[in-house]
Design a protein around this ligand. Structure first.
Ligand code: EPU
Length: 416
């Protein structure tokens, strides 16, 4: 199993280019099941979760033609509606196949994703929404078995705004009979982006990106082409790594518009930011950052996917701060690992109190989930001595070439 070895050596400096967003690409890939005509997708990130999603599509009978960041998916010959546990358990985003399969083929057989390092992550909202649209859903031997001759438009209000449930129901509704109105929807930018693609495929959708989405169902959708937007979380991760190492980094090929909260927190921490249409330049002028309070909440508030990285920044910042996690009940697995590196963090329920230390010490640590891995990498870059991060397959699920990109910014990093 791969490990990453980092020797802390001070500021990151230089320029880094951001890949396409994993969490935007996954629903786009699932949407290819909605039409028998091919979908062309560009700016696909080279990450493990995308490999898993494409493996799943191939199992269903899709033809997948991938050339680096370009992808063509042809789902005209789908001959299975079953997404097996072996693949679904490695990537919860697989639940995104449920809505499109059911809407186009009248049937879906998708494994329940099971437990996850960051929390229980139920899928009740996905199921209730499809039931409201007339689907019959049973849970049998760990699989969600859903059937519907044709989904019917419905009014459905989410109890909690879920990103993938909003995406699933929006996709399902594009092929339903009649009008669907979804309320209390998640408003993450990936949902607005999916709506752009679905409209290009012939769907009628209004309000995506806001809390109420209205979809007029169509008999069928057609092929389209789409460019995946830049990854806002990868962008934020590199900016925090620059801030934690007292560095000076320009992040390019990104989309600053979707990062207001994160950028505001970095400025509050004392970093100087310059922002262009598709780039962000962060400079700390060699100074140590101030610790900043963060509280995660659904978009447009501070994203849970940036919580672990700010925990690492606070651990080496001046002063103390609280980090409150409101989305996932167990997303503090990185705390014990950061403590192994000397971080002063006290946990009280879903609040972490972080007292910054001048330096952390390198140690052997273990990645527990995708964003936790990123926080350990950031801490290691800012620490004295050597850190070995084990189980880096978590990191590879969502960051394309992170070791090479960090090495280009001057980090001493190698994969062993
Ligand atoms: N929830 C329910 N019932 C449901 C669905 C969700 O109670 O049926 C709850 C969850 O337990 C959680 C909250 O709703 O407390 C929000 O979870 P959400 O469903 O929005 O999360 P998700 O759709 O499973 C996506 C991202 C995650 C990201 C979250 C929150 C994808 C593929 N995944 O997950 O990304 O953390 O939204 O923004 O888009 C990551 O990239 O590292 C990652 C975990």
């Amino acid at each position: 199993m791969d490990q990453i070895l980092i020797t802390g050596n001070g500021p990151l400096r230089g320029e880094v280019s951001i890949a396409g967003a994993k969490n935007a690409a996954l629903p786009i890939i699932a949407a290819s099941l909605l039409s028998a005509e091919p979908l062309q997708i560009s700016n696909i990130p080279g990450v493990r979760d995308i490999d898993t999603a494409l493996q799943l599509l191939e199992l269903l009978g899709c033809n997948v033609d991938r050339d680096d960041t370009d992808l063509v998916i042809d789902s005209s010959k789908v001959d299975s509606v079953r997404a097996p546990y072996e693949l679904v358990k490695t990537m919860r985003g697989s639940i995104l196949l449920l809505g499109p399969l059911l809407a186009r083929f009248g049937e879906a057989d998708v494994s329940l994703p099971g437990g996850c390092a960051i929390g229980s992550r139920p899928v009740n909202e996905h199921i209730s929404g499809l039931q409201a649209m007339g689907a019959e859903v049973e849970i049998e031997a760990g699989y969600i078995k859903a059937k519907a001759t044709r989904l019917q438009g419905a009014n459905f209000a989410f109890d909690v705004p879920s990103v993938t449930a909003t995406e699933n129901l929006m996709m399902a509704a594009t092929l339903a009979e009649g009008t669907t109105v979804l309320e209390n929807c998640a408003m993450e930018p990936e949902i607005g982006d999916l709506a752009i693609l679905l409209r290009a495929m012939g769907a009628s959708i209004e309000g995506a990106g806001g809390s109420t989405i209205t979809i007029q169902g169509r008999a069928k959708l057609h092929g389209a082409s789409h460019r995946v937007p830049p990854d806002r979380i990868e962008t934020g991760t590199f900016l925090v790594a620059a801030a934690a190492t007292r560095g000076d980094v320009r992040v390019v090929n990104t989309a600053p518009d979707f990062l207001h909260h994160v950028l505001g927190k970095l400025e509050q921490a004392g970093a100087r930011l310059e922002i262009g249409p598709d780039w962000i330049h962060l400079d700390t002028a060699g100074k140590r950052c101030q610790a900043v309070n963060v509280t995660t909440a659904p978009y447009p508030a501070f994203p849970t996917d940036m919580q672990a990285q700010f925990m690492a920044l606070n651990a080496v910042a001046e002063g103390s701060a609280t980090v409150v996690e409101n989305i996932f009940e167990n997303r503090f697995m990185h705390v014990a690992e950061l403590q192994r590196m000397g971080a002063d963090i006290e946990l009280q329920g879903h609040t972490a109190i972080v007292r910054g230390r001048e330096r952390l010490q390198g140690a052997q640590v273990m990645a527990t989930d995708l964003r936790a891995s990123a926080s350990l990498i950031i801490a290691a870059l800012a620490a004295d001595g050597d850190t070995t991060v084990e189980r880096v397959y978590h990191l590879d699920r969502g960051y394309a070439n992170i070791d090479r990109k960090l090495a280009d910014l001057g980090a001493i990093i190698r994969r062993i």
